[in-house]
Design a protein around this ligand. Sequence first.
Ligand SMILES: C[S@@+](CC[C@H](N)C(=O)[O-])C[C@H]1O[C@@H](n2cnc3c(N)ncnc32)[C@H](O)[C@@H]1O
Length: 366
Amino acid sequence: MQAMELIQEKQLAKKQHQDTAQLWNHALSFLRSMSLKCAIELGIPDFLHKRGKPITLSELATSLSIPPSKAPALGSLMRLLVHSGLFASHRDQEGEEEESYFLTPASKLLVKEEKPCLSPLALMALNWTMLGPAHLLGEWFRAGAARATPFDMAHGKGLFEEMDARADFNELFHEGMASDVQLVTEVALLRRQWEVLRGVRSVVDVGGGTGTLAKAIAKALPEVRCAVLDLPHVVATVDEEEREGVEFIGGDMFEHIPPADAVLLKWILHDWSDEDCIGILKRCKEAIPPKKDGGKVIIIDMVVGVTTDVSISVEPQLLIDIEMMILTMGKERSETEWKRLFLAAGFSDYKITSSMGLRSVIELYN
Ligand SMILES: C[S@@+](CC[C@H](N)C(=O)[O-])C[C@H]1O[C@@H](n2cnc3c(N)ncnc32)[C@H](O)[C@@H]1O
């Protein structure tokens, strides 16, 4: 074989190895998610946090009561999670056999004792009820318009109906959502960066779940009257003594939204089709006063392609878009798509502030 041909063949082989590795990575990346779930279930982030200093594999296995026969498997789990940046490791001395593990800033967000703690959100997203429908995505594309979502196909009902029917899933879902709210309140409210509520006298958090955000607003801004509107079965789970000065209203946002200076929609519109969103936004428009009197709708959602900082990958936005396709009739929207909805609902003035990483705050005015 000529030297030139040999070089070309080597380059082809090299490219094919790279392509194969890329494909394997794609096909197996669900195992990253499952390893994350396993680490949370074993309490590894909590343990590393409590320990407060790096810990070797054997100490970790003993502390977590993992049988010695499974310690090598724990080593494999930690190796993957270190490789993907969830944990970090080091060797105290050159040539030392055992590595010691410690938390990274990402895994600090999984520690139960800390706020915000995103473990409930991860466990909710990785629950059987949520994961099963993902297997049906291809079937759903072929199933014709009558099959609403892969979730519907798997469970015979929609996401919110499933929560109504199953208290355990309702609790898991709302715990997950509440943990995400901690993050938002941490970023937006507690650090006093959320100028968006300046001058507002009343807020209704539409689809506000068990009220974590409304309660945080009521605590941080006692002069603001706060209410939550959510489905009756969600509101019914909040005991009277847990309401902390927030009014809870069981109802349907498609029918009526109680009047307030500001209507909050956090992670609501991405659950719904364009047509449904226009309906919800029209109800919001009826609920608020004109801009000159301080009225606004505050949307916390993603604007695809927009992040606070160019170093933040937009990939999670694309993943959550697919998640919405599987679970709901909704989607993640670009600014052009958002604008189309706002105009169709009768709003002409809006402002997007990208201050929350992958999510933005959109203010809408009458
Ligand atoms: C994705 S969760 C978001 C919860 C909360 N805003 C958050 O970000 O943590 C959607 C919420 O909308 C509520 N919801 C669904 N349909 C509704 C309706 N027709 N009227 C009022 N709330 C509704 C659900 O019960 C759920 O609490």
